[in-house]
Design a protein around this ligand. Structure first.
Ligand code: SDX
Length: 425
């Protein structure tokens, strides 16, 4: 076995070196503290792996993304549905026809939320952010479905999360516009059901645009998993305490909300709107981004892992043109986005830092073309990421060697001192 040597205070220590199926190499340092009394320190986990995983592979330098070994480009080009890819990520293989038919039937039949849960919406203010609603309603599902650690059925709970998330999301939009909730139809696909629940009214038949159904199907697939990103690591962390699936997914929703992570798609549209409003002056905006005194970032650009073009952004950039043309929409934001990309990709500031468009750079323009409001964009990311979060929670749950996540720290606070009673302070 290959090993790595560490020399500390003149003493030499050896640690095993592991290699993954794509030859990623890691030094197993679990015994470091017991052998040496010291720990590693890696804020932000720039060089720290938290687990071995067989779900998704990313090569950031080459811009490679594969779900269970299948390249994202092949999946995007195929006729695969989001629920089919969700099955692949969660159970590890592409479903047979029978497996798929049963999976789809369960996902549509279980799309309804308990009628008592409708009352929860009455408590939210009309302007409540839909991510707040989604995370709290997701956690509340644990009150209706027995946890698999308490004897409940994990596969049943997995279906509840996937099937009900889109219903809660659509209902949170209807709540924000004061519209009546539209119930799912078991005859529609996941994306078509969602679009209908978002935009239909009881007053007339709503026909889902096949172009938008296909575009949403692709958007959901492209967001479905991304190895140990911030929100997925959160789901694993929370699940490692044997918290139930609903509570773990709810924590992932909260982590995704941040503008540095899933909240970036809403931040991108706000950024594009600001540039359009000031006459489309991309050059001066990029100058502000490069000015270290400004805290302005080019949202939708940069990535901890991709130091090349995010393959998802490349796919979306192609599709967004096709969709807008097919539905006869022009969007000044898209022109601005393309100008920003062109300027940034030839500017040394971005080249030196290897900053490229990421999945969030173009997704908002597509969501907007579907009529989805910016406040719902991060919810759309969460709907896409549900299968990935579930797959990682299950992978941790199924591994007999999994342990609760409990990182160490380097203490830099006060040294020991004597407590001072109130009357002596
Ligand atoms: C997602 O992890 C995942 O896989 C996430 C995700 C997924 O599918 O789950 O891919 C989804 O979250 C995509 C990222 C969405 N976020 C954004 O678009 C927000 C803008 N991007 C950045 O804030 C940033 O690039 C991050 C958060 C994405 C990555 O942060 P890092 O790896 O900690 O990089 P960093 O902040 O240390 O930046 C390195 C340098 C810095 O400059 P210097 O200090 O070296 O001079 O690059 C600069 C940063 O200032 N930089 C940017 C920038 N991103 C990084 N400068 C301007 N604009 C940016 N967008």
């Amino acid at each position: 076995m290959k090993t790595a040597k560490l020399i500390l205070d003149g003493k030499e220590y050896e640690f095993p070196v592991v290699a993954g199926s794509e030859n990623e190499v890691g030094i197993e340092i679990g015994a470091l503290r017991s052998k040496t009394g010291v720990i590693t320190l890696d804020p932000g986990y720039l060089s720290t792996g938290s687990c071995k995983s067989a779900i998704t592979f990313i090569d950031g330098d080459k811009g490679v993304l594969r779900y269970r070994g299948y390249p994202i480009e092949q999946i995007a080009e195929s006729s695969a549905t989001f629920s089919e890819i969700a099955y692949l990520l969660i159970y590890g293989h592409l479903p047979s026809t029978n497996e798929y038919d049963d999976w789809r039937r369960r996902l549509t039949l279980d799309s309804f939320i308990h009628e008592d849960m409708l009352k929860f919406f009455e408590g939210f203010p009309t302007n409540a952010h839909p991510m707040a609603i989604l995370s709290s309603m997701m956690s509340s599902l644990s009150a209706y479905h027995l946890d698999s650690f308490e004897g409940g059925d994990m596969d049943h709970n997995i279906v509840q999360v996937l099937a009900k998330a889109k219903t809660i999301a659509a209902f949170s939009y209807k709540k924000s516009v004061g519209g009546p909730f539209i119930y799912p139809l078991t005859t529609l696909s996941y994306p078509a059901n969602f679009l209908r629940m978002m935009f239909a009214t009881p007053a007339e038949e709503y026909v889902v645009s096949p172009v938008l159904e296909r575009a949403l199907n692709l958007l959901l697939i492209l967001h479905a998993d991304h190895e140990q990103n911030c929100s997925t690591s959160t789901v694993r962390m929370v699940g490692s305490s044997h918290a139930n699936l609903f509570a773990s997914i709810s924590a992932g929703i909260s982590a995704l909300w941040g503008p540095l992570h899933g909240g970036a798609n809403q931040a991108v549209i706000d950024m594009l709107d600001r540039i359009v409003a000031n006459g489309g002056d991309c050059k001066s905006f990029v100058a502000q981004v490069k000015d270290k005194k400004s805290s302005i970032r080019l949202m939708g650009f940069g990535h901890r892992v991709y130091k090349n073009y995010d393959p998802r952004a490349r796919i979306l950039k192609k599709v967004v043109d096709e969709v807008l043309t097919e539905i006869g929409v022009t969007d000044p934001r898209l022109d601005v986005a393309k100008q920003l990309e062109e300027i940034a990709l030839s500017d040394d500031y971005f080249i030196k830092r290897r900053l490229y468009p990421n999945v969030d750079f173009y997704s908002g323009t597509l969501y907007h073309a579907m009529g989805i409001p910016p406040q719902m964009f991060t919810v759309m990311f969460a709907l896409g990421r549900m299968p990935g979060w579930i797959a990682h929670w299950k992978e941790w749950h199924d591994d007999p060697n999994s342990r609760i996540h409990r990182p160490r720290q380097i203490y830099i606070g006060e040294e020991e001192r004597t407590f001072v009673p109130m009357d002596k302070r």
